[in-house]
Design a protein around this ligand. Structure first.
Ligand SMILES: [Zn+2]
Length: 229
């Protein structure tokens, strides 16, 4: 269990490297291990300051799922800015500094028209939101951006580490979100992708919790003809 004294102990050592706490790296004033991380322990457990930061700011005080590591979008292993932290696999965690550029999701942060943080993208694909409308309302972005993320067209550096199919189901096909006779352009695109991969319309209908006739109609080109994948 993390308690307030752990959080206080952590925050006492944090300084922000600039005047924008969302963008700038957060320094942690403590000893470092050779890889540049700062050891930090709580609950009788040895861990790292950046991991602690991720847990308290981004993960509701819970440990990340097994097998996932807290990685940096910036090139600063000691940085504890939660906006620079995301979950990745061991493979990614082991990438050394010279490879960092290849996986730098800060690129996404810099697309001003998108107005998203790495953490927003992670939230979108890890089930924080109920549906697409909820995402759009909370993050003030268009549904088109959400669909692009869900298809893996943008923010690939982050989304490649997550189960996008599961994210799609959560946001688009949750039976509580949408009646079975209603589809929107995002769903139609995904249906078309599945059809192009020769999935059975019956299976697709079941997966997306929609009426099978809708899938047939799309498949025959009787509806949503204008939607191109
Ligand atoms: Zn940083």
């Amino acid at each position: 269990m993390i308690d307030q004294s752990d959080v206080d102990r952590f925050l006492k050592r944090v300084t922000i490297d600039g005047d924008n706490e969302k963008i700038d790296c957060w320094n942690y004033d403590g000893c470092t291990i050779p890889k540049g991380y700062h050891p930090f322990s709580w609950d009788c457990r040895q861990s790292y300051a950046h991991r602690f930061s991720y847990i308290i700011y981004n993960n509701n005080f819970k440990e990340p799922p097994k097998g996932l590591y807290v990685c940096h979008t910036c090139d600063v292993p000691g940085c504890v800015n939660p906006n620079h932290l995301f979950l990745g696999t061991a493979i990614e965690n082991n990438l050394d500094m010279k490879n960092k550029g290849r996986i730098n999701p800060a690129k996404g942060d810099q697309i001003h028209t998108v107005k998203l943080w790495a953490q927003d993208v992670i939230d979108i694909i890890t089930g924080v939101y109920l549906n697409v409308e909820h995402v759009c309302a909370e993050l003030n972005i268009t549904d088109n951006v959400v669909y692009k993320i869900l298809r893996g067209d943008i923010w690939k550096d982050i989304t490649k580490y997550y189960d996008l199919e599961k994210a799609n189901k959560q946001l688009l096909f949750n039976p509580w979100n949408r009646p079975s006779n209603v589809v929107d352009i995002g769903i139609v695109k995904l249906i078309k992708i599945r059809l192009a991969q020769y999935h059975s319309p019956t299976v697709i209908a079941k997966d997306f919790n929609i009426n099978r006739n809708i899938v047939y109609s799309i498949s025959y080109g009787n509806s949503w003809k204008h939607v191109i994948i």
